[in-house]
Design a protein around this ligand. Sequence first.
Ligand code: ADP
Ligand code: GLC
Length: 493
Amino acid sequence: MSAIKVLFVTTEIAGLAKAGGLGEVSAGLPPALRQRGIDVRLLMPGYRAVLARLPSIDWGEDLPGRAAIPAGRLGTALLPDGSVLHLVAQPALFERAGTPYCTPEGRDWADNHLRFARLSLAAADIAAGRAGLDWVPDIVHANDWPGGLTPAYMRWDGTSMPTVLTIHNIAYQGNFDAGQRHLLGIPDAAFDVNGVEFHGQVSFLKAGGFYASHVTAVSPTYAREITTEPLGAGLHGLMGGRAASGELSGIVNGIDDSWDPGSDPHLPHHFDPDDLHGKHANADVVRTGLCLRPSDGPLFGIVSRLVHQKGLDLVAEAANDIVDQGGQIAILGLGDPEIEHMLSRASRRHRDDIGVLIGFNEPMARRIVAGSDFTLMPSRFEPCGLTQMQAQRYGALPIAHATGGLADTIADGTTGFLFSTLSPDGLMAACHRAFDAFGDAARLEEMRRAAMARSFGWAAAAAEYEALYRRLLGRPAVLGSAPARAVVMEEAA
Ligand code: ADP
Ligand code: GLC
């Protein structure tokens, strides 16, 4: 049987352009799908930084415009891991300084609706065979609100092909003024509660959630949570309906193999579960780097976007307690200036014990995780979360709110500590359990071993996405085929 062909539509790919976890998913999942024999190609905007990073791009056909969406051009490049990447080039929309979504000052680009409609329209044209490629997918897999119009354009164009929308964060929805629909080529009839309309606005995520054949969230718990009012961000009704029809499911992300404490080139000292000297040496490097006093007490690490979602205000409130008990906190983050100030204030109160670094710095992130005994993640909600998986692999037991992917990937009391009451006291209760474990060498070692032994690779997620693609295409797996056996073995290992 011929390989399943998938077009994976994304706005970030780690190594080319990344703002957060989606970039890592787009770098990790497609190669794992390819290993299973799936012919997956990626589509992303031709940002200036991406064009500059790719050594060679084949320029193909012009992509037609629609309404106020300008025409573009399709490029094709080969990534070092062998993946085929298609680029939507549109200089006025994509060739600028800044992140995929924001100006260098951190404000959303005012034309994001046109930018990401341009991306989605290109995906729909590729699906319809209108993009001049000698390759047409069997299925289109879009991500988050910027890809949300992909299934919608396909439906309006009459392209009947299964589509998947993966929601990495339902709180980011891409909602725009209703008048913009005329600029985006949205048919009037689709501006309806059964369509793209959301509280009088045009919503890209609602569009994707409504028109995609199937919706996935990045963990089973988050897939349930988005059907509820507190975490559904207004779309819980739609999500509840899709869940009831069996069209919403959760698949946990993986992390890539570079997260290996025995070989990570960013670590000054390597280590493994049988020899943790390197881990302690990394802790000293982190303490020195953040001007913290030498200590034999536990080091609590935080590597995070500084946004309300991550609940770091609870850490600021619990900081005195943690320090009083002999703990130290190393923080690396970037984001909301108010959250930066709050954490910096805590650090000024305890200069020797709390260090804050503002910035996005991958080597430093890895060192903090490698040096920490515990990793704090009191997220209000967390669709999946990658940091807690990285932390377990590096023996930095996560202390986390039992929500979303945190609840699904941390074994409470075995590989980390979960708490259910989202408050400084709830967080402190979990920290007390962590201090107790820290004081009991045998228990600490047992938990570290259990955490470091967990497998968080991409193979399991790839197997689940393949099963979903096959179900949507009506192409059941051939029993006994090599890829299926490989997964069974991985799961049994
Ligand atoms: P989110 O995507 O919501 O930010 P995730 O836990 O899914 O959260 O992924 C965050 C990723 O970004 C992790 O790989 C983490 O190590 C990395 N990261 C977050 N903040 C920083 C930072 N300030 N410097 C370096 N890496 C960071
Ligand atoms: C989002 C979520 C995060 C998830 C990531 C990748 O950024 O906030 O929890 O891990 O997407 O799916």
